[in-house]
Structures are given as C-alpha cells and as structure tokens.
Design a protein around this ligand. Structure first.
Ligand SMILES: [Zn+2]
Length: 209
C-alpha cells in the first residue's frame, strides 16, 4: 500500500486550496511515530499556508496492530466495505475521535461492545441526573493502572468537562449480563451507539418470547 498520498484541501477560513499529506495505512510495529500522531491528531491536522488556520481533515486511514491482532479502519464516507482478515478483530469507524478511541480500547484489551453498551446506560443515567444536559459524545480515555477501572470523557453541548469511571468489576458484570445476547455473536465491524441500541432492543425482545 502506498505510504503517503497528497490531497487538496480547501481552507474553511480563507478558501485557499493547499496540499495535504495523508497517510492511508499505519503499521503499529513499523510506524511508532505515526501511531503517536494518531493519538495527538497530528496525522489529521491541516495547517493553511495562507492564513495559518488549523483544521482536522478526516480521510480513509487503516491502523494495523499485528501484536494485538486487530485492525481499525477510519472510513468517513458511508461505503459498505468488506474486509476480511483471519484471526484479526476488525473495526470500521467514521470519525477521528472514534478511530483514536477504538485503537486505545483494542490495545488495552477492552471489549468495545461492552463499552458501547455501558455508554447507553451512562447516557440514560446522566440525563436523568442532569435535566437539560445534552451529551454529544462519550469517549474512552484510558485505564487506571492501579485498579484497572476505565475512564471516560463525556462531551456535553454546554462544554462541561465531565469524567465517568467504570470499575473493572462492573465492566465484567456488564460483559456477563450481555454474553448471551444474539448480537454479541455476530461479527459486526461497526460497533457504535447504533449497534448498542439494536443489541439492547433485540436482547429484550428475545427475553419476552
Ligand atoms: Zn486559510
């Protein structure tokens, strides 16, 4: 696969076009500096030569980690794409935030399906406790080395900075609770909020039969 690809980007501030270097494929083992630039978003950062405006540009990018047997593809456009790689966990994401989050989860050995189910519960609880607060996104931000608890950032419409902690015990409890749900067996590549809602609905309908 080609290492770099230059695309043209139009600056949203001054409308000048400029060249932008994109990296379509990152191998975790060979490109440790590139891995860093995913986490700090530099790999997606376009700086306009005319006016200095900085924006994040989302483009197709695949991250492969052979040590941990997973591959995460950022595919901003809604194409249906079939990738198969035996022995690997595959994930397709649509945004830069999801891309970074997925890589972090997979690297930490956390089941992202359990995380997506937890986020639904967290969102319900949050909105109940804080009437009028709107959640724009919940993202995994790492695991506490002391007690293995998972830390999440909640992004709200009024820009509050809220953190949520999921204890490792509760993570395992959620995992057990859903292990027999039919959706957990399928090899879905897009594990996100829509997947979690579908899983909860199908699980409940099965139980009432
Ligand atoms: Zn500009």
């Amino acid at each position: 696969m080609e290492k770099e690809k230059i695309i043209r980007v139009t600056c949203p501030a001054c409308l000048e076009e400029g060249n932008f270097r994109t990296v379509p494929f990152v191998d975790a083992n060979l490109d440790s500096d590139l891995k860093e630039s995913i986490f700090n978003r530099d790999i997606f950062r376009f700086c306009c030569k005319e006016c200095g405006e900085e924006i994040l540009v989302s483009y197709e990018c695949t991250y492969l980690d052979k040590d941990n047997n997973f591959m995460v593809s950022l595919i901003p456009e809604k194409d249906d794409l079939v990738i198969e790689m035996t022995g690997y966990t595959l994930r397709i994401v649509r945004t830069i935030n999801e891309f970074v989050e997925k890589i972090a989860l997979m690297e930490d050995g956390i089941d992202d399906r359990v995380v997506e189910l937890y986020k639904i519960m967290l969102e319900d609880q949050f909105e109940e406790e804080r009437q009028g607060s709107e959640i724009l996104g919940i993202y995994y931000s790492g695991q506490n080395p002391d007690d293995k608890s998972l830390v999440f950032f909640i992004i709200t419409a009024n820009a509050e900075n809220v953190r949520a902690i999921l204890s490792f015990d509760t993570y395992q409890t959620i995992s057990k609770q859903f292990e027999n749900y039919p959706e957990m067996d399928k090899n879905d590549c897009e594990i996100n909020k829509i997947w979690a809602i579908k899983t909860l609905q199908n699980g409940f309908s099965d139980k009432t039969e």
